[in-house]
Design a protein. Structure first.
Length: 253
C-alpha cells in the first residue's frame, strides 16, 4: 500500500476494499500541519491490519481520529485503531466517539497548528460530516460527494431534503472561495468542486422529475419506480436504487 500526497497538509492511504459501493476503496485521510509531529486521521476504514499499519507509518503519532459518517467501510477499524494509537475518536454519532465529546457543527478543531472546521452535512446519512481545512481550501467530503459518480441516499438513514441543503451549503463555500478541492471518501481528488457540486444538484433534480413522472404514470411502489427510472442501470444496483427511490418518495411526500 502506498501513501498518496495531495498537499503539504494532506495525504491518504487507499484501503483494499473496492466494490460497487466503495468504488476503488475507502480513502483514509492523514492530516498534519507542516512541521508538526502529530497528525489527525479521518476514516481509518476497514479492519485490515496491512492497511492500518500503512496508515500508522504515514501518520506517525496520531492525536485524533475523526469519522465522516457511520458506515462500516469507514468505521470498522475503530477499536483496533484506538488500540494501536491510544487516540480519542470523534463523530456526530456518539457510538463512534471514544475518549472525547461528539462533534459539534461549526466547531474548530486545532491540532499542533492544523485547524479543521466541522460542517454537519446530513443526507447520505443523518450523521454525515465534512471537514474543512481553511488554510488550503480542502474539504473532506466523506460520502456526501464522491470522486466519481453520485452518492446513494438510502432510506431511512439517508434523507434527501437535508442532503440537498448540504449540497447547497457546499456550493456556497465554493462560491465564496473557501473550497478549492474536495477530498472524497472514495475515488480521486476533485479539483473542480463547483462543476461537480452543480452536477450533483442537477442530477438530483433530474431524478426527482423522473420519479414524479413514474408515479404519475402509475408506479405505486419504489420497486416499480426503479424498474422505470433505473432501467438503464445494472440490476445489481437496483436494491440500492430502491432505497434511494424510497428517500425520494419520502421527500416528494
Amino acid at each position: 500500500m502506498t501513501v498518496t500526497v495531495v498537499t503539504d497538509r494532506v495525504s491518504f492511504v487507499l484501503a483494499e476494499n473496492p466494490g460497487i459501493m466503495t468504488l476503488t476503496g475507502t480513502n483514509t485521510w492523514i492530516l498534519r500541519e507542516p512541521g508538526a509531529q502529530r497528525s489527525v486521521v479521518v476514516d481509518p476504514g476497514p479492519e485490515d491490519e496491512k492497511h492500518l499499519q500503512a496508515v500508522l507509518e504515514a501518520a506517525g503519532e496520531v492525536a485524533l481520529v475523526l469519522f465522516t459518517h457511520r458506515h462500516f467501510d469507514h468505521t470498522e477499524a475503530l477499536d483496533r485503531f484506538v488500540e494501536l494509537t491510544g487516540a480519542p475518536t470523534r463523530s456526530f454519532d456518539p457510538e463512534f466517539t471514544t475518549g472525547a465529546e461528539p462533534l459539534v457543527d461549526g466547531e474548530r478543531i486545532v491540532v499542533d497548528g492544523l485547524e479543521i472546521e466541522v460542517l454537519a452535512t446530513p443526507g447520505h446519512t443523518t450523521d454525515s460530516t465534512c471537514f474543512l481545512i481553511g488554510a488550503e481550501g480542502s474539504l473532506l467530503s466523506g460520502d456526501t460527494i464522491l470522486g466519481h459518480g453520485t452518492t446513494v441516499i438510502a432510506h431511512p438513514d439517508g434523507v434527501l431534503g437535508p442532503y440537498l441543503d448540504s449540497l447547497a451549503h457546499i456550493r456556497e463555500l465554493v462560491e465564496e472561495g473557501l473550497v478549492d478541492r474536495i477530498l472524497p471518501g472514495h475515488g480521486p481528488v476533485i479539483t473542480s468542486p463547483g462543476a461537480v457540486v452543480d452536477y450533483y444538484l442537477e442530477h438530483r433534480a433530474e431524478r426527482l422529475d423522473q420519479v414524479r413522472a413514474a408515479v404519475e404514470a402509475g408506479a405505486t411502489t419504489a420497486r416499480e419506480v426503479v424498474e422505470t427510472v433505473y432501467k438503464d442501470v445494472d440490476e445489481i444496483l437496483w436494491p440500492a436504487a430502491e432505497q434511494s427511490v424510497k428517500a425520494q418518495l419520502d421527500y416528494l411526500a
